[in-house]
Ligand binder design. Structure first.
Ligand code: TXA
Ligand code: MG
Length: 338
């Protein structure tokens, strides 16, 4: 199948919506990352997503809506705290998990009794959802690879596997949405993202943070969010996360320089004696989030046996950057400070 590259004009969005209603898959821009969209209420179309991505069957999908009144039909109940979070943070990079309504196909929920719903803020995504109806969409990368933040990234992974990609420019946030399980009391953070725990607590008070956000699951433990248990976001090269100050990091990398490369912060490459790419300033997590996946996609070009990635500070959006890097590194971490 030849994958068409569409722009964001009204006619092109109408064409993409027509493909979606016919059960085809379309790459969709959002403010977090690009999604691989299918008609959320068409189980056969949704099943094609798993095939195109090589995604494990037990990993459920997020349903994307454009208007608040699309929520009630998809869920069995809207907890009060969820309504408050939606008032404040929708549209935006927040996904909430609800008890699911019967109309949501098992292909979307991977057999779970719950469904994840998000209202993106990207104008093209919203126009597409208005024209096509609720869309199930995971990130539009091959399973395990870094998520796509441009239409070119989607083409690199999905050309020949899907009907079209709608180009809506670079994704602003650069990391996938925050995922919160609203079926629990108190609600529980399953995946950190652009909406931070601090922001959520300001709206609803208490919030628990799932262990899997910052740690590897214990052998045999059941993942609350199945997508968080896999090695993920990973380039082919081995990545090791290194925790320490700029000086400790440089000393470590320079004494382990054979066949190594560095993924460091802006302005810190000059102190290193290995090839290096920077992914933002040390104290600017928004910048790191925006650039992370593009930099991860480029690490294989460095031609190294191992890439030492400088660990970001874990405050605010930094928690989400850390969470993704930890998985890109397959949980391999070297701690230099303390
Ligand atoms: O920003 C985003 O969320 C992007 C854009 C395209 O919207 N989408 C995205 O989808 O990141 P995906 O499939 O790559 O990640 C969805 C995450 C996975 O970790 C999955 O396990 C979790 O959400 N998830 C989905 N439904 C769930 C459910 N019912 N219960 C628990 N976790 C769920
Ligand atoms: Mg993904």
């Amino acid at each position: 199948m030849e994958t068409r590259l569409l722009g964001s004009t009204e006619e092109e969005i109408a064409e993409a919506a027509r493909l979606l209603r016919a059960g085809e898959l379309v790459g969709m821009p959002t403010e977090t990352v690009y999604g691989l969209a299918a008609d959320a209420l068409n189980g056969e179309a949704v099943a094609r997503i798993f095939k195109a991505k090589g995604r494990p069957q037990d990993n459920p999908l997020i349903v994307h809506i454009a208007e608040r009144d699309q929520l009630a039909a998809l869920v069995a109940e809207i907890p009060k705290a969820a309504a408050r979070l939606a008032d404040v943070w929708w549209p935006g990079p927040l996904t909430m998990i609800f008890p699911k309504a019967a109309c949501v196909p098992d292909e979307v929920s991977a057999g779970l009794p719950t469904v994840a719903v998000r209202m993106p803020s990207h104008p093209t995504a919203r126009a597409l959802i208005r024209a096509a109806g609720p869309l199930a969409a995971p990130s539009a990368n091959l399973s395990g690879s870094p998520s796509p933040t441009t239409a070119a990234h989607v083409m690199a992974d999905m050309a020949g596997r899907i009907a079209a990609v709608v180009d809506g420019g670079e994704s602003g946030v650069g990391l996938e949405s925050t995922v919160v399980d609203m079926t629990r009391e108190p609600p529980r953070l399953l995946r950190p993202g652009g909406i931070t725990p601090e922001m959520l607590r300001e709206t609803i008070g208490t919030l628990e943070i799932d262990d899997a956000v910052t740690h590897m699951l214990r052998e045999g433990a059941v993942a609350a969010s199945p997508g968080m248990k896999y090695k993920h976001y990973a380039p082919k090269v081995r990545v090791v996360l290194v925790k320490g100050t700029a000086a400790q990091y440089a000393a470590f990398v320079n004494s382990h320089a054979a066949d190594a490369a560095a993924m460091c912060f802006d302005g810190e490459a000059a102190a290193l004696c290995v090839p290096a790419v920077a992914y933002g300033r040390r104290d600017h997590p928004d910048e790191q989030a925006h650039r992370l996946f593009d930099v991860l996609r480029r690490l294989d070009e460095l031609d190294a046996a191992v890439v030492y990635a400088a660990c970001p500070p874990m405050e605010g959006v930094g928690l989400a950057v850390y969470n993704r890097l930890l998985r890109a590194a397959g949980f391999e971490v070297i701690v230099l400070d303390g």
